[in-house]
Design a protein around this ligand. Structure first.
Ligand code: MLT
Ligand code: ZN
Length: 471
């Protein structure tokens, strides 16, 4: 028996007969990333069902110097969970670790395992009249561990923060198999370095997150969802500021949508209609949640939006009158990536600047991209309240994917250089994975990179944790 066969046999023994996949058809979904940018190879996907099993797996792989690629729902945008092409790495799925270990409504906390689907975490909180506010288009399939490892953003960051802000403690298995138990659901704990924050956003390169102590919130008693037409992003920024002041920061969602994105959705996605009568160059999907009574909140927002219209800040607005209509408004925003796929290849950017500078950034970035691809269709939308834009360019109508994608290096350089001039980020919420490794080296401060490499060396000296990602 070769050494490799010996290791594989031991790993299978650790997880038991239900804890691994090794048949080609079963392995297939783990070999390709969500955007189909990468295709890797592996002979084994491990599916442990306890932290102890993860610990034993890591100890064995560390001793054998075999790379381990953790995977959650595989909904990431940067190839962070795809194994390398040479088939030398093992994939580690946490999908069977999906228990809610405990929930404490009085402390507003929950301890959940990494394999819980995000929607299950939200539902467990709702069952005790609490809110877990992380909200994403892929919440029906993405997993808590993946959300943590990529420090996910989504559509409620404006009010509740990113994943990092929603977590009090973590349980992590280190690359050598030791278990770092930091699961205390405490809001205050100033006892040295904050180790939790090392693993959040590390994309599985420092250890395997197996469970998290999550923060919960009160569920708003009333929610108003509005679809608003505006002439330009500058006015949208002013509206956000107005509503934040008016509601005492109760705006949880403020998403910018260009006309072209709405048209794509209306054309390609079923059960969608334009909520407004005329056509507007830009739209905002906004949501406000408060503890006050439904009709009171709705009436107050209606009056405020009418005043904004009177002053020329907005062009039109519709408030959702039922849960069905609210869902349809959300559908108009959440299906933009899907709708965009219908018109061929796109070159995507996930950038951030300050919210106040976002309108000017859009103008300059459009100018730069149009100089490279005059017919490219710019579909730039996103989380305006967070200064985060998905600045995507779809291939020109009638053009072919391949020749358009050849422009990617030039377009990426133009957009990211502009971002650097703004002091912004080249990856606001999607992470680095494999896709942006070189961009990270180019744009991250050299001292920050040195510190990151030192941390990686200290925790994973054999380089077995998600090799080839981030750094
Ligand atoms: C979104 O906000 O829709 C997602 O982050 C995906 C995207 O980049 O389009
Ligand atoms: Zn997004």
């Amino acid at each position: 028996m070769s050494t490799e066969t010996g290791l594989m046999a031991e790993l299978r023994r650790v997880v038991g007969p239900r804890g691994f996949l090794d048949q080609a058809t079963d392995l297939e979904p783990y070999l390709v990333d969500h955007r189909k940018l990468y295709r890797g190879a592996t002979s084994l996907v491990l599916r442990p069902d306890s932290t102890e099993q993860v610990s034993a797996i890591m100890r064995l792989c560390n001793e054998a110097r075999v790379g381990v690629v953790p995977v959650g729902g595989n909904t990431g945008y940067c190839g962070g969970a795809t194994p390398s092409e040479d088939g030398s790495q093992i994939v580690l799925s946490l999908a069977r670790m999906r228990r809610i270990r405990s929930i404490d409504p009085l402390n507003y906390t929950m301890i959940a395992e990494a394999g819980c689907v995000l929607a299950e975490v939200q539902a467990a909180a709702a069952a005790v009249d609490r809110l877990f506010p992380m909200s994403l288009g892929s919440e029906g399939s993405c997993q808590l561990g993946g959300n943590l490892s990529t420090n996910a953003g989504g559509t409620a960051v404006l009010r509740y923060g990113m994943m990092r802000d929603l977590i009090l403690g973590l349980e992590v298995v280190l690359p050598d198999g030791r278990i770092l138990d930091g699961l205390k659901p405490l809001r205050k704990d100033n006892t040295g370095y904050d180790l939790r924050d090392l693993f959040i956003g590390a994309e599985g390169t420092l250890g395997v997150i197996t469970a998290a102590a999550c923060k919960l919130f009160s569920r708003p008693a009333a929610t108003v969802t509005a679809f608003v037409g505006v002439t330009d992003p500058q006015r949208a920024v002013a509206l956000l500021s107005r509503l934040r002041t008016f509601t005492g920061d109760a705006v949880s969602t403020f998403e910018l949508i260009p006309r072209i994105a709405l048209e794509l959705v209306l054309q390609h996605i079923g059960d969608t209609t334009d909520p407004l009568d005329g056509a507007h160059d830009w739209y905002v999907l906004l949501e406000i949640g408060m503890g006050r009574h439904d009709e009171q909140l709705r009436g107050a927002i209606e009056v405020e939006l009418a005043a904004a219209m009177e002053e020329g800040q907005i062009s039109d607005a519709a408030l959702a009158t039922s849960e069905t209509q609210r869902e349809m408004f959300w559908r108009l925003r959440e299906t933009i990536p899907e709708a965009q796929r219908h018109i061929g290849a796109s070159i995507k950017h996930d950038v951030s600047v300050t919210t106040s500078e976002l309108p000017q950034f859009i103008i300059e970035a459009c100018r730069l991209v149009q100089a490279i691809s005059p017919q490219g269709r710019i579909v730039c939308y996103g989380h305006l309240g967070d200064g985060n834009l998905h600045f995507n360019i779809s291939r020109p109508a009638g053009a072919d994917d391949e020749s358009f994608l050849r422009l990617a290096p030039n377009i990426n350089r133009a957009v990211h250089d502009l971002i650097a001039r703004y002091g912004g980020s080249i990856s606001a919420e999607h992470g680095i994975g494999r896709l942006k490794r070189e961009e990270l080296v180019r744009y991250k401060h050299p001292v920050a990179l040195e510190v990151m490499r030192a941390i990686k060396q200290a925790l994973d000296p054999n380089g077995i944790m998600n090799p080839g990602k981030v750094l």
